[in-house]
Design a protein around this ligand. Structure first.
Ligand SMILES: CCCCCCCC/C=C\C=C\CC(=O)SCCNC(=O)CCNC(=O)[C@H](O)C(C)(C)COP(=O)(O)OP(=O)(O)OC[C@H]1O[C@@H](n2cnc3c(N)ncnc32)[C@H](O)[C@@H]1OP(=O)(O)O
Length: 289
């Protein structure tokens, strides 16, 4: 119920944005920040993140992404989604720092609800989610990948993935942490989260953050072949199994969703945290100069 209500709010927000949907022979639809190549006959869609320059998860991006995902969820012909970046090199730079810096509490609350919604929708999706990680994927970008059923990363040592929040002076929320612990185990998570480590593909594979590392030009073909394997499993048994594995963790957030929003708002509003974000943003700028 809570999910459906939040979804309606996002849909309303989406229509307020007034984006015109572009339909190309019913096989492709796009809003400004997400491109969907939908093969209805095959039951597979490729969702490409395209929020330049670095696919940060801004409020507008989250709204558009959730609307696109809902369209696919509502069409029973779609059984699988491949998530990838339209800009190879960066899968996603994670949460948009500008949504968490210098804004007011109401904005922080609205943003955090949308971030929660993204995680819940992806984590609990009945569809098969395969992540084709064709670039760097820190923090919220890594989280998106962690919600998927299978992760394939491009074998490029310049790319990294992980939860680096502590390096920014912020803390990975408990549900980021839970998702990570369930993926890599407690000790690895404890170590990596405290240090805010980002891992290149080979290490990410060793730790189980990703399931496969393949040459960069094979990420998409690999994702398609993995999807074919997963599609061969009957939906009802796979979905019931997925739900059995994931429901408790998702319920843990659902039951304390409002408290989690309040925690986020008071944490991110602190002067010390705003100062840390300021320093980090300056560092990002200086890196360029
Ligand atoms: C007590 C418990 C309470 C619990 C409360 C919980 C609180 C939790 C709070 C938050 C959790 C947050 C999770 C996150 O996801 S935080 C975001 C983490 N992301 C990063 O650290 C990535 C930062 N970016 C980079 O490292 C690089 O940009 C990279 C992705 C590697 C791409 O590099 P490159 O291609 O060289 O691009 P640039 O660095 O030049 O960036 C281009 C412009 O984009 C801006 N940028 C980059 N990342 C972000 C971002 N995440 N959000 C907003 N903007 C971003 C960057 O500043 C450049 O801007 P400009 O061109 O204007 O200079």
């Amino acid at each position: 119920m809570a999910l459906a209500a939040a979804g309606r709010v996002l849909l309303q927000a989406g229509s307020r944005l007034g984006r015109r949907e572009v339909v190309d022979g019913a096989r492709r639809f796009a809003n400004k920040r997400v491109e969907v190549e939908a093969d209805e006959a095959a039951g597979i869609a490729v969702m490409k993140l395209k929020n330049p320059p670095v696919n940060s998860l801004s409020l507008e991006f989250l709204t558009e992404f959730l609307i696109s995902l809902e369209k696919l969820e509502n069409n029973k012909n779609f059984r699988g989604v491949i998530l990838t970046s339209e800009r190879p090199g960066v899968f996603s730079a994670g949460l948009d720092l500008m949504e968490m810096y210098g804004r007011n509490p109401a904005h922080y609350a609205e943003y955090w609800r949308a971030v929660q919604e993204l995680w819940l929708r992806l984590y609990l999706s009945n569809m098969i989610l395969v992540c084709a990680i064709n670039g760097t994927s820190p923090a919220g970008g890594c989280l998106m990948a962690l919600t998927c059923d299978h992760r394939i990363m491009a074998d490029n040592p310049k790319y990294t993935i992980g939860l680096n929040e502590s390096q920014l002076g912020i803390v990975a929320p408990f549900w980021f942490k839970d998702n990570f612990v369930n993926t890599v185990g407690y000790r690895t998570a404890e170590h990596a989260l405290q240090l805010g480590l980002l891992f290149p593909p080979a290490e990410a594979l060793k730790l189980g953050i990703v399931d496969e590392v393949v040459p960069e030009d094979q990420v998409h073909s690999k994702a398609q072949s993995v999807m074919a394997q997963w599609m061969a499993i009957p939906d009802h048994s796979r979905q019931l199994t997925k739900n059995m594995m994931r429901k408790a963790m998702a319920d843990n957030l659902i039951k304390q969703r409002e408290a989690d929003i309040q925690n986020f708002v008071s944490f991110i509003s602190r002067d010390s945290i705003q100062k840390s974000l300021h320093t980090y943003l300056e560092k990002l700028k200086q890196k360029k100069g």
